[in-house]
Design a binder for this molecule. Structure first.
Ligand code: NAD
Length: 388
């Protein structure tokens, strides 16, 4: 055990040889013993291929991949040959690692790509995750995982068949402020949580990406895009999956723009022990807040869900949470790379993505019918790691 925790130069060499034989070969035992990973310095970082070079890939993921320790930007998939050339020059990507949507499946023969990161409009996630599985790659899929429960289940089955790992791009599970909400809530640091509130939205405007208001491509409006963070926040703060939901669409102030998807929606989650969560999302309002009111105090984040500048406080002397803002995406991708290298489970697996798609569908059903919808049958999965 001591050897594993403080590797000698020769055990480190053996370890690196193991890595170079193939990612995730035989290291589960090491992870189980809680070996620190800082000495894990693979000679070849795992290669990540970004699929879809839109705003999130360009503005967040590619820059974050310049800061990762265990993975690197090795390839891209784009429908635009000009973008491919630009990215090759900007990031030193080999031309042989650039694909379009037709040649995508040839990645099967490319050992430089270990992880495929699907960053496409929501409705396209399923097709490309399944094709990545068939190409024998590990996958990170952006949120929401899919636009239907059936698609999410199909994706998980394809990844299982391939024997590869699937995670969802839930960056906030790796973010200190949100991890503190998990810890305070799940450990009941302020007693039992009686009420949760979560709001997340932005003003869509005319410059918004058109697929987000096209139901066929998005699966829905702000609930799919921004509301999913409220849902996640309530579940990981409470540490439970709700038992039922009610919901109501907001009035549509711009029917010309929001003709296919909701402009906003509010919903209430009910948990088995009586806790209620009030959530709201919108494409017409800027908001980002997560708050818990508990028996002996309260704790909250505002802003709660962005890429940076997150801040929080608690009722303890109105104390500010003194926590760092980190590069969430770099940390998220490095964590997944370690899961692959050490063959350990990700804390944000496909099953969590499926759980959330089940809940999103239930929220829409509740809003459409005006009825309370039972959520007792959804996947029972919570990230509990940060609670201790
Ligand atoms: P975007 O519109 O900026 O980029 C989408 C990319 O997909 C574009 O490069 C576009 O050319 C390509 N594409 C391929 N086929 C397409 C088609 N048929 N129609 C439209 N575009 C097509 O979108 P984005 O903001 O980068 O979002 C992409 C995904 O990432 C979404 O699932 C979104 O929910 C997710 N996302 C996650 C976060 C996060 O914080 N985790 C943030 C932003 C976006």
């Amino acid at each position: 055990m001591t050897d594993l925790l403080t590797p000698t130069p020769s055990s480190r060499r053996d370890f690196l040889r193991t890595l170079s034989l193939g990612a995730g070969a035989t290291l589960a035992g090491t992870a189980a013993l809680g070996a620190p990973l800082d000495w894990l310095a693979p000679e070849r970082k795992l290669g990540v291929a970004l699929v879809g070079l839109g705003n999130y890939s360009t503005g967040q993921l590619a820059p974050a991949l310049q800061q990762t320790k265990y993975c690197q930007l090795a390839g891209v998939v784009t429908g635009s040959p000009e973008k491919a050339v630009k990215w090759q020059q900007q990031y030193g990507i080999a031309a042989k690692n650039c694909y379009d949507y037709k040649t995508f499946d040839r990645m099967m023969d490319n050992p430089a790509i270990d992880i495929v990161y699907v960053v496409l409009p929501n409705a396209l996630h399923a097709e490309y995750v399944v094709r990545a599985a068939q190409a024998g790659k590990h996958v990170i899929c952006e949120k929401p995982m899919a636009t239907s429960v059936a698609d999410a289940k199909h994706m998980i089955a394809a990844m299982e068949k391939a024997g590869k790992k699937l995670s969802i791009g839930y960056r906030l599970h790796f973010e200190p402020h949100n991890q503190e909400m998990m810890r305070l809530g799940q450990s009941q640091a302020y007693g039992k949580i009686n009420h949760l509130a979560a709001d997340n939205g932005f003003k869509f405007g005319s410059g918004g990406t058109p697929w987000r208001v096209n139901k066929k491509l998005s699966g829905g409006g702000p609930l799919m895009d921004m509301g999913i963070y409220c849902l996640q926040g309530c579940l990981y703060t409470k540490g439970q999956v709700p038992v039922s939901v009610t919901a109501k669409f907001a009035p549509n102030s711009n029917p010309a723009l929001f003709k296919d998807v909701e402009a906003g929606i509010s919903w209430q989650l009910r948990f088995a022990d009586g806790t209620v969560a009030d959530c709201r999302t919108s494409y017409t309002e800027n908001m980002s807040r997560l708050r818990a009111d508990a028996a002996q105090g309260w704790f909250e984040l505002e802003p709660a869900f962005g890429y940076g500048g997150l801040a929080g406080k608690t009722s303890k002397n109105d104390g500010k949470l003194n926590l760092p803002n980190i590069n969430q995406q770099a940390t998220q991708m490095d964590d997944f790379a370690q899961c692959v290298l050490l063959n350990k489970p990700t804390r944000v697996p496909g099953e969590m993505g499926l759980r959330d798609v089940q809940l999103l569908e239930a929220i829409y059903r509740a809003a459409e019918t005006g009825q309370s919808v039972s959520t007792k049958d959804v996947v029972q999965l919570i990230d509990r790691r940060s609670a201790h």
